[in-house]
Design a protein. Sequence first.
Length: 86
Amino acid sequence: MAREQFNTKKRKGFLLAVISIFVIALLVVSHVTLGNPVSDEELQYSSWPTSMLLIEGARIVVYSTVFTLLCAIPLRFIFRDTEKSS
């Protein structure tokens, strides 16, 4: 049944849009988060401790996920399936 839910064209479009937004948000947030210490403070990645890399990576994933969820709300109305199957 779960596979049948994603067979409509609008739902596939919705999933593609959400995945695209997540990838774009991931790229933008990672560029802002990781690029700032390197360019402003001249702190190279090789000098970062492992814990700092893990914390920054987790922050990037959380921020990208929240941004994607917020953008998915209006997308759900755009890609709403108006046909109701009985």
